[in-house]
Design a protein around this ligand. Structure first.
Ligand SMILES: *Cc1c(COP(=O)(O)O)cnc(C)c1O
Length: 376
């Protein structure tokens, strides 16, 4: 069997070990410490816009804290992009709120501003103004943030931006994660950079980020004994993981170049081909191309999405259907959904291709050979 080609695997830069070694040498093994502060500063510098960042144990923790910080409570409604990973929607239920799912638009595959406004109007008419809106930048492609933030402002609803897949993506130079009232990042093992497991909460308000750090460390009041006047969480990133993160930040720009180059290689190889299409960046949009994704039109491509996926699998190459929309998931299908069939169609025909920044030319040849053999 030929070696496995992964969809997106960790890619160390070399600097990580030094930061982790320093943590061992100074015995900063406990959570918090200089690497956590250093990693947060790296993130703040990279994102710009005067943003503040709190390093956390996961992106999911960041989304949960964002809802808590915005005061979302049991019985409230939160609007959420339907086409996403379940981690975007799960935290809505952690606070006892109800997700209201909104479909995607065809260009970015992210939240449709049109359907968003329709959903807001109808929920208000039904007597419940949504407490937050969660758009997602899927696969690195920025969502329509200009339109979404204008709608959000018009109705006075805060935006939590799920930028877990889009560290480094931007619209007209402004980085994803800095558009919403709160932004959330992930450093899970499959993301563009990793801390082995981790996330961050980002906000323009230093007060919000200070509160996030407070809640993430069990909400301990100032006192010599342990004193609590709020419910807290154990959501902080450890100093060891943050050491890995500092090393990864040194190579983030390279990783973005490499992922975009992988996309270019697929695009060059397949763009002339009937029935296979890519997402193009709208004017001013910059995608880190975390994953390269294609749509396969079975009528003209000569293969279906599933046939190609199985052909890859037989060659020990990992590929995956696009995210199955939340409104189609057994655990979420009872919740309200505003849609026009876009995400269902994407899920039907879409495939994520191996996109790791560590793919070799040889790997790419193996991948192309499968496509050339099975999609004629
Ligand atoms: C990875 C991911 C998350 C969750 O991040 P974790 O760090 O794994 O908890 C949230 N949303 C999206 C869209 C993701 O891809």
């Amino acid at each position: 069997m030929k070696p496995k080609i992964w969809l997106s695997s960790p890619h160390m830069g070399g600097g990580e070990e030094q930061f982790v070694k320093e943590a061992f040498e100074t015995n900063w093994i406990a959570p918090l410490g200089p690497n956590v502060n250093g990693f947060e500063q790296d993130l703040e510098l990279f994102l710009g816009q005067g943003c503040h960042a709190a390093a956390l144990s996961s992106g999911t923790a960041g989304l949960h804290l964002a809802l808590v910080l915005l005061g979302v409570k049991a019985g409230d409604e939160v609007i959420c992009q339907s086409m996403t990973f379940s981690a975007t929607a799960n935290p809505i239920t952690y606070v006892g709120a109800t997700p209201v799912f909104v479909d995607s638009e065809a260009d970015t595959w992210n939240m449709s501003p049109l359907l968003l406004e329709q959903a807001i109007k109808e929920r208000i008419a039904l007597g419940k103004k949504p407490k937050a809106i969660i758009p997602v930048h899927l696969y690195g492609m920025p969502a329509r943030m200009e339109e979404i933030t204008i709608i959000a402002r018009d109705y006075g609803i805060p935006v939590i931006e799920d930028a877990a897949e889009a560290l480094g993506s931007s619209i007209n130079g402004r980085k994803c994660g800095t558009f919403g009232d709160i932004g959330v990042l992930s450093f899970n093992g499959n993301k563009i950079i990793t801390t082995s497991g981790g996330g961050a909460l980002v906000a323009h308000s230093s007060g919000v980020v200070k509160d996030a750090r407070f809640l993430a460390t069990q909400a301990r009041d100032e006192a010599p004994h342990y004193q609590h006047s709020q419910i807290g969480y154990n959501y902080r990133m450890s100093n060891l993981c943050a050491g890995v993160g500092r090393g990864q930040m040194q190579v983030l720009a390279d990783r973005i170049k490499q992922r975009r180059s992988i996309y270019e290689q697929y695009h060059n190889h397949l763009s002339g081909r009937k029935g296979i299409s890519f997402t193009e960046e709208p004017v001013g949009y910059f995608s880190i191309r975390w994953l390269t994704t294609i749509l396969i039109d079975p009528a003209t491509a000569g293969c279906t999405r599933e046939e190609l996926r199985l052909a890859f699998d037989a060659e020990n190459i990992e590929s995956r259907p696009l995210w199955k929309p939340m409104h189609m998931q057994p655990v979420f299908e009872q919740y309200p959904f505003y849609g026009d069939g876009t995400s269902e169609r994407l899920f039907q025909n879409g495939l994520c291709l191996p996109s790791g920044s560590n793919l070799t030319d040889e790997d790419m040849e193996r991948i192309f050979a499968v496509i050339d053999t099975y999609c004629k």
